[in-house]
Ligand binder design. Structure first.
Ligand code: ADP
Ligand code: MG
Length: 240
């Protein structure tokens, strides 16, 4: 699904990602963890070219997205992204938030888009909120709408950047549960998270980024019980 080869990213003179090579298989759920400022968001954003790599290559479903000839808008239609701060359309209802892109970008009829949107809202437990506006929802509800909105485009791949970091503690679980359900459907997911419970239980693989380097990669069992580097050990000691 994703292949990354010698990915390097500089901001000015600073090397933010250093020669990252890895791949993510279809259906795989990968957690990306690491200290603040280690390059996790930048890495994720390079996977859909929200950040342009300084050098190196990224393939999404065998398409080299770093090749200027690739139609990135087309590739992005297959990639859903969920951010810490939701970014819902504030002046649209929940239902309109979900139907907007499928109608506008994919040319779906309103009728089809609404049927699909209602089905997705039911799946994230927000059936009764279709006419609400984002400002009248809790953080957890907003994030579930954001996930449903991304899914309305029927992506092949979902990228999550700290989807629960802006939430009050009591709302974290409802969002993680939606993500767990999504993982069970076979969705390919790359999740930047500080939720070690999610990384342990749901992810098949953990990537540990430190100072722009992909320092460790392994199953959650390997990573959490036997981190290989002292950087990873220090990180785990601080957060667990
Ligand atoms: P993380 O998500 O792991 O906290 P980021 O990917 O956001 O890390 O940032 C990695 C490094 O790149 C940080 O030092 C950050 O300050 C820097 N950085 C991120 N985005 C930009 C930008 N647009 N311009 C300059 N520096 C940036
Ligand atoms: Mg970040």
């Amino acid at each position: 699904m994703i292949k990354v080869e010698n990915l390097h990213k500089k901001f000015g003179d600073t090397d933010v990602l250093k020669n990252i090579s890895t791949s993510i298989e279809a259906g795989e759920v990968v957690s990306i963890i690491g200290p603040s400022g280690s390059g996790k968001s930048t890495f994720l954003r390079c996977l859909n070219l929200l950040e342009v790599p300084t050098s190196g290559k990224v393939w999404i479903q065998d398409q080299d997205i770093t090749d200027p000839k690739t139609n990135i808008m087309k590739v992005r239609q297959n990639i859903g992204m969920v951010f810490q701060h939701f970014y819902l359309f504030p002046h649209k209802t929940v239902l309109e938030n979900l139907t907007y892109a499928p109608m506008k970008v994919k040319g779906e009829s309103r009728e089809d888009a609404e049927v699909k949107a209602r089905d997705l809202l039911a799946k994230v437990g927000l059936k009764e909120k279709e006419s609400a506006y984002p400002n009248n929802l809790s953080g957890g509800q907003k994030q579930r709408v954001a996930i449903a909105r991304a899914l309305a485009m029927e992506p092949k791949l979902m990228l999550f950047d700290e989807p629960t970091s802006a939430l009050d503690p009591e709302m974290v679980k409802e969002v993680l549960n939606v993500m767990k359900d999504l993982a069970k459907t076979g969705m390919t997911m790359a999740v930047v998270t500080h939720e070690m419970g999610f990384a342990r239980e749901v992810a098949e693989r953990v990537m540990f980024l430190d100072d722009g380097v992909l320092l460790e990669e392994g199953t959650p069992e390997e990573f959490f019980s036997q981190p290989r580097t002292s950087r990873a050990k220090d990180f785990l000691e601080k957060i667990l």
